[in-house]
Design a protein around this ligand. Structure first.
Ligand code: NAD
Ligand code: MG
Length: 391
Protein backbone atom coordinates (compact mmCIF):
# COMPACT_ATOMS: atom_id res chain seq x y z
CA UNK A 1 0.00 0.00 0.00
CA UNK A 2 1.35 3.45 -0.99
CA UNK A 3 0.16 6.39 1.10
CA UNK A 4 -0.39 9.45 -1.00
CA UNK A 5 -0.60 13.19 -0.40
CA UNK A 6 -2.07 15.20 -3.24
CA UNK A 7 -1.10 18.88 -3.19
CA UNK A 8 -3.59 20.69 -5.42
CA UNK A 9 -6.19 17.93 -5.32
CA UNK A 10 -9.01 20.08 -6.70
CA UNK A 11 -7.16 21.02 -9.89
CA UNK A 12 -7.04 19.24 -13.21
CA UNK A 13 -4.02 17.06 -12.26
CA UNK A 14 -5.36 16.45 -8.75
CA UNK A 15 -8.70 15.21 -10.10
CA UNK A 16 -6.98 12.89 -12.61
CA UNK A 17 -4.74 11.54 -9.82
CA UNK A 18 -7.77 10.69 -7.69
CA UNK A 19 -9.40 9.07 -10.72
CA UNK A 20 -6.40 6.73 -11.07
CA UNK A 21 -6.19 6.10 -7.31
CA UNK A 22 -9.89 5.18 -7.20
CA UNK A 23 -9.24 2.40 -9.72
CA UNK A 24 -6.68 0.81 -7.36
CA UNK A 25 -7.94 1.00 -3.77
CA UNK A 26 -5.72 -1.97 -2.95
CA UNK A 27 -2.59 0.02 -3.91
CA UNK A 28 -3.17 3.62 -2.84
CA UNK A 29 -4.39 5.07 0.45
CA UNK A 30 -5.02 8.81 0.52
CA UNK A 31 -3.20 10.47 3.41
CA UNK A 32 -4.00 14.10 2.58
CA UNK A 33 -5.71 16.30 0.02
CA UNK A 34 -5.13 20.04 -0.40
CA UNK A 35 -6.82 22.93 -2.14
CA UNK A 36 -6.35 26.68 -2.11
CA UNK A 37 -9.94 27.87 -1.95
CA UNK A 38 -12.34 25.38 -3.56
CA UNK A 39 -13.41 23.93 -0.23
CA UNK A 40 -16.73 22.56 -1.48
CA UNK A 41 -14.88 20.47 -4.06
CA UNK A 42 -12.31 19.40 -1.46
CA UNK A 43 -15.05 18.35 0.97
CA UNK A 44 -16.65 16.25 -1.76
CA UNK A 45 -13.29 14.53 -2.42
CA UNK A 46 -12.87 13.94 1.32
CA UNK A 47 -16.26 12.24 1.54
CA UNK A 48 -15.19 9.86 -1.17
CA UNK A 49 -11.55 9.20 -0.21
CA UNK A 50 -11.59 9.68 3.58
CA UNK A 51 -8.08 11.19 3.89
CA UNK A 52 -6.51 11.61 7.32
CA UNK A 53 -5.91 15.29 6.57
CA UNK A 54 -7.56 18.00 4.47
CA UNK A 55 -5.55 21.18 3.94
CA UNK A 56 -6.87 24.51 2.76
CA UNK A 57 -3.96 26.81 2.00
CA UNK A 58 -6.16 29.92 2.14
CA UNK A 59 -6.37 30.02 5.95
CA UNK A 60 -9.44 32.26 5.95
CA UNK A 61 -11.52 29.28 4.80
CA UNK A 62 -10.48 26.83 7.50
CA UNK A 63 -13.60 27.18 9.67
CA UNK A 64 -15.89 26.80 6.69
CA UNK A 65 -14.06 23.61 5.66
CA UNK A 66 -14.26 22.22 9.19
CA UNK A 67 -18.03 22.80 9.13
CA UNK A 68 -18.36 21.05 5.79
CA UNK A 69 -16.49 17.99 7.09
CA UNK A 70 -17.61 17.63 10.70
CA UNK A 71 -20.59 15.40 9.99
CA UNK A 72 -19.46 13.16 7.12
CA UNK A 73 -15.71 13.02 7.79
CA UNK A 74 -15.14 13.18 11.54
CA UNK A 75 -11.79 11.39 11.15
CA UNK A 76 -10.37 13.89 8.67
CA UNK A 77 -8.33 16.54 10.45
CA UNK A 78 -8.40 20.00 8.86
CA UNK A 79 -5.15 21.95 8.54
CA UNK A 80 -4.42 25.24 6.83
CA UNK A 81 -1.82 27.54 5.36
CA UNK A 82 1.76 26.87 4.41
CA UNK A 83 2.34 24.92 7.64
CA UNK A 84 -0.49 22.55 6.79
CA UNK A 85 0.97 21.94 3.32
CA UNK A 86 4.43 21.34 4.79
CA UNK A 87 3.09 18.86 7.31
CA UNK A 88 1.27 16.69 4.77
CA UNK A 89 4.21 16.88 2.33
CA UNK A 90 6.70 15.57 4.88
CA UNK A 91 4.82 13.45 7.46
CA UNK A 92 6.64 10.15 8.07
CA UNK A 93 3.56 8.09 7.11
CA UNK A 94 3.58 9.55 3.57
CA UNK A 95 5.30 7.60 0.78
CA UNK A 96 4.34 9.66 -2.24
CA UNK A 97 3.58 13.32 -2.83
CA UNK A 98 1.79 14.44 -5.97
CA UNK A 99 2.99 18.02 -6.47
CA UNK A 100 0.08 19.52 -8.43
CA UNK A 101 -0.21 23.04 -7.07
CA UNK A 102 -0.01 25.57 -9.87
CA UNK A 103 2.80 28.13 -9.93
CA UNK A 104 5.39 29.34 -7.45
CA UNK A 105 3.05 28.55 -4.52
CA UNK A 106 4.00 24.92 -5.06
CA UNK A 107 7.72 25.44 -4.47
CA UNK A 108 7.91 25.19 -0.70
CA UNK A 109 5.93 21.99 -0.06
CA UNK A 110 7.43 20.31 -3.13
CA UNK A 111 10.95 21.17 -2.01
CA UNK A 112 10.15 19.92 1.47
CA UNK A 113 8.83 16.64 0.11
CA UNK A 114 12.10 16.25 -1.80
CA UNK A 115 14.14 17.06 1.30
CA UNK A 116 12.13 14.51 3.25
CA UNK A 117 13.07 11.81 0.74
CA UNK A 118 9.56 11.20 -0.60
CA UNK A 119 8.62 9.76 -3.92
CA UNK A 120 7.78 13.08 -5.61
CA UNK A 121 5.46 13.05 -8.61
CA UNK A 122 6.26 16.40 -10.18
CA UNK A 123 3.50 18.21 -12.07
CA UNK A 124 4.40 21.63 -10.65
CA UNK A 125 7.08 22.45 -13.24
CA UNK A 126 7.28 26.05 -11.99
CA UNK A 127 9.08 24.92 -8.82
CA UNK A 128 11.83 23.27 -10.85
CA UNK A 129 12.09 26.23 -13.23
CA UNK A 130 12.39 28.79 -10.44
CA UNK A 131 14.73 26.82 -8.18
CA UNK A 132 16.41 24.18 -10.37
CA UNK A 133 19.75 23.77 -8.53
CA UNK A 134 18.15 23.88 -5.06
CA UNK A 135 15.45 21.44 -6.04
CA UNK A 136 17.77 18.89 -7.66
CA UNK A 137 20.09 19.16 -4.69
CA UNK A 138 17.18 18.51 -2.31
CA UNK A 139 16.26 15.40 -4.32
CA UNK A 140 19.83 14.17 -4.06
CA UNK A 141 20.54 14.91 -0.43
CA UNK A 142 17.03 13.95 0.71
CA UNK A 143 17.20 10.64 -1.19
CA UNK A 144 13.91 11.39 -2.96
CA UNK A 145 12.66 9.62 -6.07
CA UNK A 146 11.63 12.22 -8.64
CA UNK A 147 9.14 11.10 -11.28
CA UNK A 148 7.94 13.51 -13.97
CA UNK A 149 4.21 13.98 -14.53
CA UNK A 150 4.40 16.50 -17.35
CA UNK A 151 3.40 14.31 -20.29
CA UNK A 152 6.51 15.21 -22.31
CA UNK A 153 8.96 14.57 -19.49
CA UNK A 154 7.19 11.40 -18.53
CA UNK A 155 7.49 10.31 -22.18
CA UNK A 156 11.21 11.16 -22.21
CA UNK A 157 11.70 9.30 -18.94
CA UNK A 158 10.06 6.25 -20.52
CA UNK A 159 12.29 6.51 -23.63
CA UNK A 160 15.59 6.91 -21.76
CA UNK A 161 17.71 3.89 -20.87
CA UNK A 162 16.87 2.55 -17.37
CA UNK A 163 20.35 3.34 -16.01
CA UNK A 164 20.40 6.90 -17.42
CA UNK A 165 21.75 9.52 -15.01
CA UNK A 166 24.73 10.01 -12.70
CA UNK A 167 26.76 10.90 -15.76
CA UNK A 168 25.70 7.72 -17.58
CA UNK A 169 24.33 9.00 -20.88
CA UNK A 170 23.56 5.61 -22.42
CA UNK A 171 24.18 6.86 -25.96
CA UNK A 172 21.56 9.62 -25.84
CA UNK A 173 22.23 12.31 -28.45
CA UNK A 174 19.30 14.68 -27.90
CA UNK A 175 15.77 15.12 -26.65
CA UNK A 176 12.91 16.02 -28.98
CA UNK A 177 10.36 17.92 -26.91
CA UNK A 178 6.99 17.98 -28.66
CA UNK A 179 4.38 20.74 -28.42
CA UNK A 180 0.87 20.99 -29.82
CA UNK A 181 1.27 24.67 -30.71
CA UNK A 182 -1.92 25.45 -28.75
CA UNK A 183 -5.10 27.09 -30.00
CA UNK A 184 -3.39 29.92 -31.94
CA UNK A 185 -0.91 27.92 -34.00
CA UNK A 186 -2.46 28.86 -37.33
CA UNK A 187 -4.33 32.02 -36.36
CA UNK A 188 -3.73 35.17 -38.40
CA UNK A 189 -0.92 37.02 -36.54
CA UNK A 190 -2.93 40.26 -36.64
CA UNK A 191 -5.70 38.60 -34.66
CA UNK A 192 -3.44 37.53 -31.75
CA UNK A 193 -3.67 40.78 -29.71
CA UNK A 194 -7.47 40.49 -29.57
CA UNK A 195 -7.61 36.94 -28.23
CA UNK A 196 -9.65 36.54 -25.02
CA UNK A 197 -8.90 34.35 -21.98
CA UNK A 198 -11.67 31.98 -23.08
CA UNK A 199 -10.13 31.59 -26.54
CA UNK A 200 -6.66 31.13 -25.05
CA UNK A 201 -7.94 28.47 -22.64
CA UNK A 202 -9.70 26.47 -25.37
CA UNK A 203 -6.85 24.03 -25.95
CA UNK A 204 -7.38 21.75 -28.96
CA UNK A 205 -6.11 18.52 -27.29
CA UNK A 206 -5.77 18.90 -23.51
CA UNK A 207 -8.19 19.91 -20.77
CA UNK A 208 -6.06 21.75 -18.19
CA UNK A 209 -6.09 24.51 -15.56
CA UNK A 210 -6.30 28.09 -16.84
CA UNK A 211 -2.72 29.15 -16.13
CA UNK A 212 -1.10 26.29 -18.04
CA UNK A 213 -3.69 26.68 -20.81
CA UNK A 214 -2.60 30.30 -21.37
CA UNK A 215 1.04 29.16 -21.17
CA UNK A 216 0.25 26.66 -23.92
CA UNK A 217 -1.31 29.36 -26.08
CA UNK A 218 1.82 31.56 -25.74
CA UNK A 219 4.09 28.47 -25.79
CA UNK A 220 5.69 29.72 -22.59
CA UNK A 221 4.67 26.29 -21.35
CA UNK A 222 7.11 24.68 -23.78
CA UNK A 223 9.79 27.13 -22.70
CA UNK A 224 9.24 26.21 -19.05
CA UNK A 225 9.33 22.56 -20.11
CA UNK A 226 12.63 23.07 -21.90
CA UNK A 227 14.13 24.36 -18.65
CA UNK A 228 12.40 21.55 -16.73
CA UNK A 229 13.95 18.97 -19.11
CA UNK A 230 17.45 20.42 -18.62
CA UNK A 231 17.19 19.88 -14.85
CA UNK A 232 15.40 16.54 -14.91
CA UNK A 233 17.68 14.93 -17.48
CA UNK A 234 20.90 16.87 -16.90
CA UNK A 235 21.16 18.18 -20.45
CA UNK A 236 21.97 21.62 -21.86
CA UNK A 237 19.34 23.69 -23.72
CA UNK A 238 21.19 22.90 -26.98
CA UNK A 239 20.46 19.21 -26.48
CA UNK A 240 16.70 19.79 -26.45
CA UNK A 241 14.84 20.51 -29.68
CA UNK A 242 11.29 21.84 -29.55
CA UNK A 243 9.08 20.41 -32.28
CA UNK A 244 5.45 21.25 -33.00
CA UNK A 245 3.29 18.17 -33.36
CA UNK A 246 -0.32 19.37 -33.49
CA UNK A 247 -2.01 16.00 -32.85
CA UNK A 248 -0.38 15.45 -29.39
CA UNK A 249 -0.15 11.70 -29.99
CA UNK A 250 3.65 11.52 -29.64
CA UNK A 251 4.42 13.00 -26.22
CA UNK A 252 8.17 13.44 -26.85
CA UNK A 253 11.17 11.51 -28.21
CA UNK A 254 14.75 10.61 -27.44
CA UNK A 255 17.39 10.33 -30.16
CA UNK A 256 20.41 8.07 -29.67
CA UNK A 257 23.90 8.27 -31.21
CA UNK A 258 23.17 5.36 -33.55
CA UNK A 259 20.32 7.33 -35.14
CA UNK A 260 17.53 5.50 -33.31
CA UNK A 261 14.66 7.70 -32.17
CA UNK A 262 12.36 6.35 -29.46
CA UNK A 263 8.95 7.92 -28.94
CA UNK A 264 6.16 7.42 -26.42
CA UNK A 265 2.67 7.61 -27.92
CA UNK A 266 -0.81 7.61 -26.46
CA UNK A 267 -4.09 9.47 -26.31
CA UNK A 268 -3.69 12.95 -24.81
CA UNK A 269 -4.95 12.16 -21.31
CA UNK A 270 -2.88 13.01 -18.22
CA UNK A 271 -4.00 9.83 -16.48
CA UNK A 272 -1.36 7.97 -18.55
CA UNK A 273 1.71 9.79 -17.16
CA UNK A 274 0.05 9.99 -13.73
CA UNK A 275 -0.58 6.23 -13.58
CA UNK A 276 2.89 5.56 -14.95
CA UNK A 277 4.52 7.58 -12.17
CA UNK A 278 2.19 6.30 -9.46
CA UNK A 279 2.97 2.67 -10.20
CA UNK A 280 6.53 2.96 -11.54
CA UNK A 281 8.37 0.64 -12.15
CA UNK A 282 5.18 -1.37 -12.56
CA UNK A 283 2.27 -0.59 -14.88
CA UNK A 284 -1.36 -0.18 -13.88
CA UNK A 285 -4.62 0.56 -15.66
CA UNK A 286 -5.22 4.32 -15.94
CA UNK A 287 -8.67 4.36 -17.48
CA UNK A 288 -7.25 5.81 -20.70
CA UNK A 289 -8.68 4.24 -23.84
CA UNK A 290 -6.47 2.44 -26.28
CA UNK A 291 -4.85 4.57 -28.99
CA UNK A 292 -6.60 4.11 -32.31
CA UNK A 293 -3.58 4.76 -34.48
CA UNK A 294 -5.47 4.10 -37.70
CA UNK A 295 -8.00 6.82 -37.01
CA UNK A 296 -5.22 9.10 -35.76
CA UNK A 297 -3.78 8.38 -39.24
CA UNK A 298 -1.59 11.44 -39.65
CA UNK A 299 1.20 12.73 -37.45
CA UNK A 300 2.54 16.14 -38.47
CA UNK A 301 5.67 17.98 -37.34
CA UNK A 302 6.90 21.53 -37.84
CA UNK A 303 9.45 23.94 -36.40
CA UNK A 304 8.06 26.51 -33.93
CA UNK A 305 7.61 30.04 -35.27
CA UNK A 306 9.38 32.29 -32.76
CA UNK A 307 7.69 35.42 -34.13
CA UNK A 308 4.30 33.97 -33.33
CA UNK A 309 5.54 32.59 -30.00
CA UNK A 310 7.93 35.19 -28.49
CA UNK A 311 7.45 33.64 -25.03
CA UNK A 312 9.16 30.49 -26.27
CA UNK A 313 12.10 32.58 -27.50
CA UNK A 314 12.28 34.36 -24.12
CA UNK A 315 12.34 31.06 -22.24
CA UNK A 316 15.04 29.72 -24.56
CA UNK A 317 17.06 32.84 -23.81
CA UNK A 318 16.52 32.42 -20.03
CA UNK A 319 17.56 28.78 -20.31
CA UNK A 320 20.83 29.83 -21.99
CA UNK A 321 21.43 32.63 -19.48
CA UNK A 322 20.93 30.33 -16.47
CA UNK A 323 21.37 31.78 -12.96
CA UNK A 324 18.32 33.70 -11.84
CA UNK A 325 16.96 34.26 -15.37
CA UNK A 326 14.52 31.28 -15.24
CA UNK A 327 13.26 32.47 -11.80
CA UNK A 328 12.66 35.96 -13.22
CA UNK A 329 11.02 34.58 -16.36
CA UNK A 330 8.66 32.40 -14.34
CA UNK A 331 7.69 35.13 -11.89
CA UNK A 332 7.04 37.73 -14.59
CA UNK A 333 5.05 35.21 -16.56
CA UNK A 334 2.84 34.28 -13.59
CA UNK A 335 2.00 37.95 -12.98
CA UNK A 336 1.38 38.64 -16.67
CA UNK A 337 -0.82 35.55 -17.14
CA UNK A 338 -2.87 36.51 -14.07
CA UNK A 339 -3.29 40.01 -15.48
CA UNK A 340 -4.38 38.58 -18.83
CA UNK A 341 -6.85 36.19 -17.21
CA UNK A 342 -8.38 39.03 -15.22
CA UNK A 343 -8.75 41.23 -18.28
CA UNK A 344 -6.09 43.80 -17.37
CA UNK A 345 -3.82 43.23 -20.36
CA UNK A 346 -4.10 41.79 -23.85
CA UNK A 347 -2.73 38.43 -24.98
CA UNK A 348 0.39 39.72 -26.73
CA UNK A 349 1.27 41.92 -23.74
CA UNK A 350 2.19 38.80 -21.77
CA UNK A 351 5.37 38.46 -23.82
CA UNK A 352 6.02 42.22 -23.68
CA UNK A 353 5.96 42.19 -19.88
CA UNK A 354 8.10 39.07 -19.54
CA UNK A 355 10.61 40.49 -22.01
CA UNK A 356 10.85 43.84 -20.23
CA UNK A 357 11.34 42.24 -16.81
CA UNK A 358 13.89 39.74 -18.11
CA UNK A 359 15.87 42.56 -19.76
CA UNK A 360 15.77 44.76 -16.64
CA UNK A 361 16.71 42.13 -14.08
CA UNK A 362 20.25 41.59 -12.98
CA UNK A 363 21.33 37.98 -13.49
CA UNK A 364 22.44 36.49 -10.16
CA UNK A 365 23.09 32.97 -8.84
CA UNK A 366 20.53 32.50 -6.05
CA UNK A 367 21.90 29.65 -3.96
CA UNK A 368 19.43 29.63 -1.07
CA UNK A 369 15.65 29.40 -0.89
CA UNK A 370 15.53 32.94 0.51
CA UNK A 371 17.56 34.25 -2.43
CA UNK A 372 15.24 32.51 -4.91
CA UNK A 373 12.18 33.91 -3.16
CA UNK A 374 13.64 37.41 -3.13
CA UNK A 375 14.43 37.23 -6.83
CA UNK A 376 10.89 35.92 -7.49
CA UNK A 377 9.36 38.78 -5.46
CA UNK A 378 11.43 41.46 -7.17
CA UNK A 379 10.52 40.18 -10.63
CA UNK A 380 6.84 40.10 -9.63
CA UNK A 381 7.01 43.71 -8.46
CA UNK A 382 8.70 44.79 -11.69
CA UNK A 383 6.04 42.98 -13.71
CA UNK A 384 3.21 44.53 -11.69
CA UNK A 385 4.64 47.99 -12.24
CA UNK A 386 4.38 47.44 -15.98
CA UNK A 387 0.75 46.41 -15.98
CA UNK A 388 -1.00 49.77 -15.58
CA UNK A 389 1.54 51.36 -17.93
CA UNK A 390 0.71 48.98 -20.75
CA UNK A 391 -3.00 48.40 -20.19
P1 NAD B 1 -5.36 23.87 -11.76
O1 NAD B 1 -5.47 25.34 -11.81
O2 NAD B 1 -6.42 23.04 -12.38
O3 NAD B 1 -5.19 23.39 -10.22
C1 NAD B 1 -4.30 23.99 -9.37
C2 NAD B 1 -4.39 23.42 -7.96
O4 NAD B 1 -3.50 24.18 -7.14
C3 NAD B 1 -5.77 23.54 -7.32
O5 NAD B 1 -6.02 22.43 -6.50
C4 NAD B 1 -5.66 24.80 -6.46
O6 NAD B 1 -6.51 24.74 -5.32
C5 NAD B 1 -4.20 24.75 -6.04
N1 NAD B 1 -3.67 26.09 -5.80
C6 NAD B 1 -3.81 27.19 -6.60
N2 NAD B 1 -3.19 28.26 -6.06
C7 NAD B 1 -2.65 27.83 -4.90
C8 NAD B 1 -1.90 28.47 -3.87
N3 NAD B 1 -1.60 29.78 -3.92
N4 NAD B 1 -1.49 27.73 -2.81
C9 NAD B 1 -1.80 26.42 -2.73
N5 NAD B 1 -2.52 25.77 -3.66
C10 NAD B 1 -2.93 26.46 -4.74
O7 NAD B 1 -3.93 23.51 -12.38
P2 NAD B 1 -3.48 22.18 -13.15
O8 NAD B 1 -3.79 22.30 -14.59
O9 NAD B 1 -3.94 20.97 -12.42
O10 NAD B 1 -1.90 22.30 -13.03
C11 NAD B 1 -1.22 22.02 -11.82
C12 NAD B 1 0.28 21.95 -12.11
O11 NAD B 1 0.51 20.84 -12.98
C13 NAD B 1 0.85 23.18 -12.82
O12 NAD B 1 2.14 23.42 -12.36
C14 NAD B 1 0.90 22.75 -14.27
O13 NAD B 1 1.92 23.41 -15.00
C15 NAD B 1 1.18 21.27 -14.16
N6 NAD B 1 0.73 20.47 -15.30
C16 NAD B 1 -0.59 20.38 -15.58
C17 NAD B 1 -1.03 19.63 -16.67
C18 NAD B 1 -2.50 19.48 -16.97
O14 NAD B 1 -2.85 18.75 -17.89
N7 NAD B 1 -3.40 20.12 -16.28
C19 NAD B 1 -0.09 18.99 -17.48
C20 NAD B 1 1.26 19.09 -17.16
C21 NAD B 1 1.67 19.84 -16.07
MG1 MG C 1 3.48 19.26 -20.75
Amino acid sequence: MQTLTILGATGSIGISTLDVAARHPDRFAIFALSCHSKIVDLAEQCRKFKPLYAVVSDSSKVDELKKLLELDCPDTEVLSGVDGLSFVATAPQVDTVMAAIVGAAGLLPTLEAANAGKRVLLANKESLVMAGPLFMNAVKTGGATLLPIDSEHNAIFQCLPPDYGNEKRGGVRKILLTASGGPFRTLDLDALPGMTPEQACAHPNWDMGRKISVDSATMMNKGLELIEACWLFDVSPDEVEVIIHPQSIIHSMVEYVDGSVLAQLGNPDMRTPIAHAMAWPERIDSGVSSLDIISAAQLDFEAPDLERFPCLALAMKAAQMGGSAPTVLNAANEVAVDAFLSGQIGFTQIAEIVSAVLNQAENTEPSTLEAVQLCDQQAREQARELIPAIA
